[in-house]
Unconditional design. Structure first.
Ligand SMILES: [Fe+2]
Ligand SMILES: [Fe+2]
Length: 294
């Protein structure tokens, strides 16, 4: 494909300037992220931000009370949730729950809807976190959010030009079980002039997300190309992407193969044996851990 990097970047800039509603991160998400970065923030600060949005508060408590966290008894307040799970865990749930707003938009085709992508993103988030914990990679929270936003570029494509995304989905030639015949990234270059990796990376920069998230969005289909300092996180999400595609909803529009690449496993120190042991645990977590869109 002869579309050069400069032309792709130009396309991303053009898309971002046209869709201000997604190009702006929900204000509440931004405020929670700022709290995460400020090490002096307290449970009360988080409570103050979240209490401005009762729907968000309800969504957070629903997740906190899901069997994924295995807490004894019902948790009915954000403060109590923070005591039980810790401030960081609740901040992450809050960020995830506030991002859910961006994944609305109905069904595009039988092979693709925003809801399918949200389920897939949740699955990759959970798989990333569980693999990172198992390997003691020291990135639990970051791993969860990175998994959640890795394909956000597809949502940008959907908001920017629905019909072009429908065209992309149809040109990937998915069969009835969602297995694509053609590489989505090649198809995207032909239709949009840029890929969901390009759009996702651009969106992370616009949102002032941590640079590691831009690397995850930009390289999750080619982790070997990621900047060295983010290599671990990018490889982790690349592994989790395939793991999730083999479990749960089986969404895999952008994966011709769901085989987990051995180079990516080596990069994070995951053996086939460890993965085999983890798969049933991840599958169980997926059945209960998804954050609802409503
Ligand atoms: Fe992707
Ligand atoms: Fe994905």
């Amino acid at each position: 494909m002869s579309i050069n990097a400069a032309a792709r970047e130009q396309k991303v800039r053009e898309a971002l300037s046209e869709i201000s509603h997604i190009a702006t991160l929900p204000e509440i998400t931004m405020r929670i992220i700022n709290l995460v970065e400020d090490t002096s923030s307290t449970a009360q600060d988080l409570q103050n931000v979240i209490s401005n949005d009762p729907a968000l508060c309800a969504r957070i408590l629903k997740v906190v009370n899901s069997s994924f966290y295995g807490l004894p008894g019902q948790v009915s307040s954000i403060n109590r949730a923070i005591v039980m799970l810790g401030l960081n865990a609740v901040k992450n749930i809050a960020i995830a729950a506030s991002l859910a707003k961006l994944f609305r938009g109905g069904d595009l085709t039988p092979q693709f809807s925003a809801k399918m992508l949200w389920s897939h993103s949740n699955a990759v988030a959970i798989a990333s976190k569980m693999i990172a914990n198992e390997l003691n990679l020291g990135l639990g929270d970051e791993a969860y959010l990175a998994g959640l936003i890795h394909d956000i570029g597809i949502m940008l494509e959907m908001q920017y030009d629905r019909n072009q995304l429908i065209d992309v989905v149809s040109r990937t030639g998915c069969d009835s079980s969602g297995v694509p015949a053609n590489d989505m990234l090649e198809v995207e270059l032909g239709v949009f002039g840029a890929t969901h990796e390009d759009f996702g990376r651009g969106l992370c920069v616009q949102w002032k997300f941590p640079v590691s998230f831009a690397a995850v969005c930009g390289y999750h289909h080619n982790p070997a190309g990621a900047p060295e300092e983010h290599s671990k996180l990018v490889n982790l999400v690349a592994v989790a992407d395939r793991v999730a595609a083999n479990l749960g909803s089986h969404y895999r529009l952008d994966l011709i193969s769901t085989e987990v690449p051995s180079e990516a496993m080596d990069a994070i120190g995951l053996t086939s044996h460890m993965l085999e042991q983890l798969m049933p645990k991840i599958e169980e977590a997926l059945s209960v851990g998804e954050i609802s869109l409503t």
